[in-house]
Design a protein. Structure first.
Length: 256
């Protein structure tokens, strides 16, 4: 079976996108994993299918690089909106379904934006998991550049307290109250990625909480680029939208 695909990236977080607005392809997790493989396939951190929606512009289904369906992906959401705009499926704004929620994407001159679902303000002494559409934990560290993200991320991701599904692990280093550096170990990819959108939101929410910041913008420096997380405090939640770069890389055909 030959499939036409598109490759997009957001701050170095890269994705295969398949247009299924007219017809769906039967891909199993082995096929998706092979397509995402950087040595034997196209190479990507994940794959997204774009399908019709009864009520919105489209529906996004996200798969991790291991081939299994995942939860929400922030950089993927910004990339899929840009893809939909390029394909004429949406204008500069879109509303789309993903992982059981509805998201709004839009394009401005300085980048692509994604309105994330509200994030509960975390307890810094209680449950460490921050739900940003995907489960994340945030670990402050010193000397982030030389930190062993692969080893420590894997250890925490597989800890008994996060089983059976595991967790994404974000290591942050504070530069100022509104600026952090961050590296993320992603479950499903089982490696460090160049950037992580939902992880950047988790890091920003953690940072705003520990400094008791109200409405603010936290800049998150990741290896693939910078993401800005806009936060508006509303009771026990932050209203969140994610700002950052996204771009088309290439397209082609693959036989699976």
């Amino acid at each position: 079976m030959k499939i036409h695909f598109y490759k997009y990236q957001g701050a170095g977080n890269d994705f295969i996108i398949i247009d299924e607005m007219k017809s769906a392809f039967k891909l199993n997790h082995t096929s998706i994993k092979k397509m995402c493989d950087r040595h034997f396939g196209i190479g990507a951190d994940g794959l997204m299918k774009v399908r019709p929606s009864d009520d919105y512009d489209f529906r996004m289904i996200y798969y991790n690089a291991d081939g299994y369906e995942g939860s929400m992906c922030g950089n993927g959401g910004r990339c899929v909106h840009l893809f939909a705009h390029h394909r004429g499926l949406a204008g500069v704004e879109s509303r789309f379904e993903a992982a059981g929620n509805v998201y709004k994407g839009w394009i401005e001159e300085d980048g692509q934006y994604l309105d994330m679902h509200d994030v509960q303000i975390p307890s810094l002494t209680g449950d460490p998991v921050i739900d940003t559409g995907s489960p994340h934990v945030v670990v402050p560290v010193e000397y982030l550049e030389n930190y062993d993200v692969l080893r420590e991320g894997k250890r925490i991701r597989e800890d008994e307290m996060y089983k059976p599904d595991g967790v994404n692990v974000n290591f942050i280093s504070e530069l100022s109250a509104t600026e952090i550096s961050q590296r993320t170990y992603e479950r499903g990819v089982e490696n460090e990625t160049m950037a992580c959108g939902t992880g950047a939101v988790a890091g920003a929410v953690y940072q705003a909480t520990r400094h008791d910041l109200p409405d603010t913008v936290i800049t998150v420096h990741m290896r693939g680029g910078d993401l800005n997380v806009h936060l508006i405090r509303s009771g026990d939640f932050f209203n969140v939208w994610l700002e950052g770069p996204a771009a088309f890389v290439f397209e082609g055909d693959v036989v699976v």
